[in-house]
Design a protein around this ligand. Sequence first.
Ligand code: CUA
Length: 313
Amino acid sequence: MNRFSLWPQAASEQAARVDLLFIGLLVISGAILLLVAGLLLVFCLRYRRGSSAPRGLLPGFLRRDVEIGWTTGTLFLALFLFWWAGATQLRAKDPPAGALEIHVAAKQWMWKARHPNGAREINALHVPRGEAVRLVMTSQDVIHSFFVPAFRLKQDVIPGRFTEMWFRATEPGEYRLFCAEFCGTDHARMGGTVTVMQPEDYARWAAAQPQEENLAEEGARLFTALGCSGCHAPASAVHAPLLAGAYGRMVHLADGRTIRADEAYIRDSILQPKRDVVAGFEPIMPSFEGLVDQGDLQRLVAYVQSLRGEAAR
Ligand code: CUA
């Protein structure tokens, strides 16, 4: 694994796409280089001092048609490259429905991961091969960046925000995880291992981890302890939006905007409830800024997500 190699291991679908893009750009750039250098050489020889090659005005079609042709051609080539690179990047932002969701929290200087069944790990991440895995990430202090070269994926992890990325690993094995954003003294040591396992091995591994409450269950307890249930529970007398089935839906706001109720929206609603008020409701919810930390926010968000299966009433 420590063998020196110019080409990093490729272990995800995204890696294959990025490599194809890289090779494509290399081939196209190489072809242009050869064409320009070749023409340069030909002209140097043909129009060297003392040669009898004609030096007058070029024929008309060369002055106009060829000029228009190569300008248009390179324009479309550049637009094609833009589309290709953009589509490759955008795909990494758009997880398929039903992806396995793992919460990642970064802090100086470690990575903490939490699996759907409550299994936790530090500086390690076990994932099943062939399944879409979506990481929902936040930082407890400064900006870090989650970087797995073998997956060709890198995403900043930011305090006070959720960022996400997804991948489908293709090759069982162990791959390095780095922090790719300078975050303090031990930045260089902040890393770990991503272990890609066969799905049945992953299921066995996850089941063998110490059983703890999962994030959503902890969130449910916080939901009651913080008093959220006083207004947001179905039986409450207070007129507040019900949360069952709310996650992932489009929400109409009082000021006419429409917004998707994703992790970021739920988080913002807890910290700045007056900012994106749902249409038809009074802005009466107090802010929980300072009362909940990043970990609590992850738990509460996980709880609201866990209600997505329940029908809205
Ligand atoms: Cu965390 Cu660099």
